[in-house]
Design a protein around this ligand. Structure first.
Ligand code: ATP
Length: 304
């Protein structure tokens, strides 16, 4: 290993354009039919070589750093152990996470960090892991981690970890409203099971949504946005229904809860409509982000 090497890898948040959820499988996981899009809200993960191992984090000023586990419990620790074990290497280096993806926001921030760690440590350790092996390791770390590697717009099946790019000809403008209080993903799935005891074994394909992406048509995409977890999220957090109504009356084409929530995402027809919607929502919400998708999966942005 060359001393003094530093590498930064950027990994995007995801939103779900479609999230179809089935009845729990025997292994306890829910079968999913998900259409993910990577959007321009990122965590940056910087690794530096060294003999010992450490992980620390800084967060955007509106986030609470104490919600990110350190002391060996971070998903980055698990990613490092898995990659090192795969190659018979020792875990080494210091990792700094610069976090802008809301924690427990349904935007797969932890999964983004895991994907960034795989890419960064693979380079730092000069391990030359094949793409197929990286994807397999990612799937072991979590259902959303393979998508964080691939990015773009993609269909996720299985428990979300089997990822296949879809044709997407649009540039999509989004307004994102994270919530200061996160929602627990397991709790949302438990509530989903109570609300929908007859969920299908395999959630169906969202054909109209895939056609809207191929056509690049924002009105058709807005009409097709769907999240099976939204009723559970709205039950546990009734304030989100008001937020969705406020975004739609501010001009957005459509608002939905993303993933297991509580972040709500609003599709807009144009940059101007997104800026106007965001300006109105800022009257009642401290953090309102404007961004676009699709963007690249985890990728290096600096190498020293
Ligand atoms: P999910 O992928 O389950 O939808 P999410 O996007 O709602 O998750 P995350 O920000 O990924 O939420 O965090 C879920 C939990 O994972 C956190 O509450 C935290 O305890 C734990 N966690 C572990 N490592 C990280 C990390 N690097 N960043 C954020 N959370 C982490």
């Amino acid at each position: 290993m060359t001393l003094g090497k530093t590498l930064t890898v950027r990994a995007p948040a995801k939103i779900n354009l479609h999230l179809g959820v089935g009845a729990p499988r025997e292994d306890g996981f829910h079968p999913l039919t998900s259409v993910y899009q990577a959007v321009g809200v990122y965590d940056d993960l910087t690794v530096e070589d060294g003999d010992s191992w450490s992980v620390d984090v800084t967060v955007s000023d509106w986030m609470d750093r104490s919600h990110v586990p350190l002391d060996g419990d971070n998903i980055v620790d698990r990613a490092a152990a898995l990659l090192a074990g795969h190659h018979g290497l020792a875990v080494s280096g210091s990792v700094h996470i610069d976090k802008a993806i809301p924690v427990a926001g349904g935007m797969a921030g932890g999964s983004a960090d895991a994907a960034a760690a795989l890419v960064a440590l693979d380079r730092l350790w000069e391990a030359n892991t094949s793409d197929d092996d990286l994807l397999a390791l990612a799937a072991q770390l979590g259902s959303d981690v393979p998508f964080a590697l691939v990015g773009g717009t993609a269909l996720g099946t299985g428990r979300g970890e089997v990822v296949e790019p879809v044709t997407d000809t649009g540039t999509w403008w989004w307004v994102l409203v994270p919530s200061p209080i996160g929602l627990s993903t397991p709790e949302i799935y438990r509530h989903f099971d109570r609300l929908f005891p007859d969920a299908p074994a395999v959630p169906p394909m969202p054909e109209p949504l895939l056609a809207a992406l191929e056509a690049g048509d924002p009105h058709a995409l807005a009409a097709a946005l769907h999240n099976d977890l939204q009723p559970a999220a709205l039950d546990l957090r009734p304030d989100l229904a008001k937020l969705i109504a406020a975004g739609e009356s501010a001009g957005a084409l459509r608002g939905v809860v993303t993933g297991s929530g509580p972040t709500c995402v609003f599709l807009c027809e144009s940059a101007d409509q997104a800026r106007e919607t965001a300006a109105e929502l800022r009257a009642a919400h401290d953090v309102v982000l404007v961004t676009t998708g699709a963007v690249a999966g985890a990728h290096p942005v600096s190498y020293v």
